[in-house]
Design a protein around this ligand. Structure first.
Ligand SMILES: NC(=O)c1ccc[n+]([C@@H]2O[C@H](COP(=O)([O-])OP(=O)(O)OC[C@H]3O[C@@H](n4cnc5c(N)ncnc54)[C@H](OP(=O)(O)O)[C@@H]3O)[C@@H](O)[C@H]2O)c1
Ligand SMILES: *[C@@H]1O[C@H](CO)[C@@H](O)[C@H](O)[C@H]1NC(C)=O
Ligand SMILES: *[C@@H]1O[C@H](CO)[C@@H](O)[C@H](O)[C@H]1NC(C)=O
Length: 330
């Protein structure tokens, strides 16, 4: 399940209640009767639901959960990926990191060793090459002797501009941000099934709502939701105990994002260190979605109850028994 992320929950709750107490008048502007009804029943109900939402907290995260775990982080030469590698190292995990730049990875790996990683290795290469993606997973598995967690994080950022019929940009975006994620997951699945492992898929608010000026990027992030949320359902039916956590991030203060958005998009950026930690926590806790953003409301607004209802209804229409007897499970 998704969880509200960012600063401490109690502060969030306070803000939420504050918002709720002004929201009906502001948004609905209804007559006095409806208002009275809302004040009397709806607000208390919403508050209870909200409180439940926060405090029905699932298992608590403990850094020891990662001690000795075998973890891959892609796109770990800088930004959020590098911060994830550092957190994992401090928690005592084995890490294998990757990206294109060997020099940067070397530094990340030696810092990981200093920070206390059980082991730290890098394998450099480009995720535009699907053969590399596949071989990378096999080699990383050999280096660590298995795999518990696969964190898919690397990204090709298309420049912020109107779509000017540059279809090559869309293809590249789909290859690096989507297709290679699929290839890496497929290659890692046998190992993850053995370890009851987890996949963390780093996506974006732009993978939940349309974002003008970054159509190729947005398309690739939407694709992640379509693919990974679909196979999560298959895993549930076929009893594949590998969790998939789709991480929905708002603007984060990485160098690339700050440069890329400067002068085009204004918005507060959340810190990459905390963001990295929240991705690891959510993935370790096997949450379906992890939300992390400076905007406290985005997590609740992106829940999309209509989708949940439709998912429930459509899942019931499949003839699972028949399918399972005819097909090989993943
Ligand atoms: N920062 C934000 O505002 C924000 C918001 C929402 C979601 N996200 C998501 O968070 C994740 C990390 O973003 P970030 O801002 O931390 O990015 P970043 O700092 O630019 O890091 C991107 C990483 O991907 C690697 N990479 C790029 N192209 C690659 C390729 N072709 N093959 C292999 N590796 C490649 C880069 O290393 P090399 O250059 O060495 O290859 C680098 O390690 C992404 O999935 C992004 O979509 C970020
Ligand atoms: C995976 O989960 C199953 C069922 O809970 C359990 O029997 C098995 O021992 C677990 N395997 C590992 C490696 O944790
Ligand atoms: C799936 O794996 C997790 C992590 O090892 C374990 O806690 C859980 O009990 C397993 N669930 C099932 C249904 O096997």
């Amino acid at each position: 399940m998704s969880q509200f992320r960012g600063c401490c929950p109690s502060r969030r709750l306070q803000k939420a209640l504050q918002f709720l107490s002004v929201c009906p008048t502001g948004l609905l502007g209804p007559g006095p009767f409806l208002m009275a009804f809302l004040k009397k029943y709806l607000l208390p109900i919403l508050m209870v639901l909200l409180a439940y939402y926060y405090y029905s907290a699932h298992e608590e995260f403990r850094p020891e959960m990662l001690r000795g775990k075998k973890v891959i982080v892609t796109g770990a030469s800088k930004g959020i990926g590098r911060e994830m590698a550092y957190h994992l190292a401090k928690m005592g995990a084995h890490v294998v990191v990757t990206s294109r730049s060997k020099e940067a990875l070397q530094k990340v790996v030696s810092r990981c060793s200093e920070l206390g990683a059980a082991s730290a290795h890098y394998i450099a290469g480009t995720m535009e090459d699907m053969n590399f993606a596949e071989q990378f997973v096999a080699e990383a598995g050999k280096l660590m002797g298995g795999l518990d967690m696969l964190i898919l994080n690397h990204v090709f950022y298309s420049p912020m501009t109107f779509f000017n019929r540059d279809t090559d940009m869309v293809r590249r975006s789909m290859e690096v941000n989507f297709h290679s994620f699929v290839v890496l997951s497929a290659a890692a699945l046998p190992m993850l099934k053995q370890s009851n492992g987890s996949i963390g898929v780093v996506s974006s608010v732009a993978g939940k709502i349309p974002h003008p000026l970054i159509a190729p990027y947005s398309a690739s992030k939407f694709a992640l939701d379509g693919f990974f949320s679909s196979i999560r359902k298959e895993f549930a039916v076929t009893r594949v105990n590998v969790s998939i956590s789709l991480c929905i991030l708002g603007l984060i203060d990485t160098e690339t994002a700050m440069k890329g958005t400067s002068g085009v998009y204004e918005g507060y950026a959340a810190p990459k260190e905390e963001c990295a930690l929240e991705i690891i926590k959510g993935t370790a806790l096997r949450q379906e979605e992890v939300h992390y953003s400076y905007m406290p409301w985005s997590s609740i607004l992106l829940q999309n109850p209509g989708r949940k209802v439709m998912e429930f209804l459509s899942t019931r229409m499949f003839r699972w028994d028949k399918l399972k007897s005819n097909q090989k499970s993943p």
